[in-house]
Design a protein around this ligand. Structure first.
Ligand code: FAD
Length: 363
């Protein structure tokens, strides 16, 4: 039976192995931190080895672009799009091109319980729900097959973390002509279980149900300095907006709630797996202050010929300026190295397991 991973740092939880298994012998199950891992039913496994062949972490280098990217600062021309996006609205500009070509977009939405899930849609309305970063690992179950079927019919944009993009390409065994792959520069991916507990905590504190959340609302000017102020939420039956920085602090400042594999990420590289990478153009205020915009600035990396062609296609919708790669490698640690976990990560989880999130947060 194929050994899928040595230790937890060797599994990113994408589920490509589950989707590829011809015998249905693999099921993704959550561990005590709430992250999904494959469990193999030895009775069903016929040792075909397909699961290992589609694992993106085992084939990371083969999936990367051959060349370094070109970099661009980009700002969507629509005020409305800018204010409803995390950065400079690059995701909307790219997905608009795909929708205008009669295609479908696959990105991360919230389900009715505010859990992050990948979905496929061909309407602007559903695409709009995929806007904004949800800083929690999304559930990809069912997506690999759905994207493969869509690619047989029409253009498709897939957007996700670098490991999710690599997983899709690995599962497909190549790059279908119809597929446009767009990844993010990814700091690391937080636990869905902590996210669940956090929502419960906020609901208990406020009394009632959360109706809507924004991980990085634009109530504060865009920029690295304000990133931790952006988490906002609204309760059902009320228009009042509350802010809370505790989840974001656990994620970015304390670095205790990310998936173990993030600390050994194989995609923190300037050679990317996608056609285009989107991110925040942090640091633009230092290098080209005239391009700094409090409403948000995207960073675009064009990694392939398809990425270059997409840049031309979005040019009517976005203001664009080319910037040196070195500027961005200086600003974005995840273009060169994975997140480092603190020594007290295990202490946080111990407290979380024994006493719950509220107590773990006090520590
Ligand atoms: C977990 C995570 C970590 C990130 N870390 C960094 C970082 O270190 N540096 C940096 O510059 N940028 C980072 N980003 C990217 C940044 O937050 C914006 O998502 C990106 O700049 C796109 O902004 P936009 O204005 O173009 O589009 P938006 O309209 O904000 O689009 C958001 C895009 O992100 C996708 N997305 C949302 N949530 C998830 C998720 N949970 N998993 C996978 N894809 C998701 C959507 O499908 C959509 O394509 C991160 C994003 C995520 C989700």
């Amino acid at each position: 039976m194929e050994k899928l991973y040595e230790d937890k740092r060797g599994c990113c939880g994408c589920g490509a192995c589950e989707a590829a298994c011809p015998r249905g012998a693999i099921t993704m199950r959550a561990d005590e931190e709430g992250f999904l891992y494959p469990a193999v039913d030895a009775g069903k496994c016929v040792d075909c080895g397909l699961c290992g062949r589609v694992c993106p972490l085992k084939h990371a280098e083969e999936l990367k672009a051959e060349r370094e990217p070109r970099c661009f600062a980009a700002i969507h021309k629509s005020e409305e799009v800018l204010m409803r996006s995390t950065s400079g609205g690059a995701f909307t500009a790219i997905s608009d091109v795909i929708l205008a070509r009669g295609g479908a977009v696959c990105g991360v939405d919230f389900d009715e319980k505010l859990r992050a899930v990948h979905r496929v849609s061909d309407t602007a309305e559903r695409r709009d729900r995929m806007r904004v970063s949800k800083y929690v690992q999304s559930d990809m179950r069912g997506i690999f097959r759905a994207v493969r079927e869509e690619c047989e019919k029409r253009p498709v944009m897939f957007s996700g973390t670098p490991c999710q993009c690599a997983a899709l390409l690995s599962y497909l065994g190549g790059r279908p002509e119809n597929l446009f792959v767009c990844d993010l520069i990814c700091h690391s991916i937080p636990s869905p279980l902590v996210w669940e507990e956090y929502k419960k905590l906020l609901e208990a504190e406020r009394g009632g149900k959360i109706a809507q959340v924004w991980f990085r609302s634009k109530r504060h000017p865009w920029g690295r300095a304000n990133s931790n102020k952006g988490f906002a939420y609204r309760m059902e039956g009320s228009d009042e907006i509350f802010e809370d920085s505790r989840f974001y602090n656990l994620f970015i400042r304390e670095r205790v709630i990310a998936r173990p594999s993030c600390s050994a990420c194989r995609f923190t590289d300037t050679r990317r797996v996608s056609d285009m990478t989107i991110a925040d153009c942090f640091g633009i205020e230092k290098y080209a202050p005239e391009w700094n915009d409090a409403r948000g600035v995207s960073l675009l990396l064009t990694n392939t010929a398809k990425g270059e062609a997409m840049l031309e296609a979005i040019a009517p919708a976005m203001r664009l300026v080319e910037r040196p790669l070195a500027e961005n490698t200086a600003e974005q640690q995840r273009l060169s190295r994975p997140v480092e976990f603190p020594e007290n990560r295990a202490e946080f989880w111990e407290k979380f397991r024994r006493e719950g999130l509220a107590e773990a947060l006090k520590k």
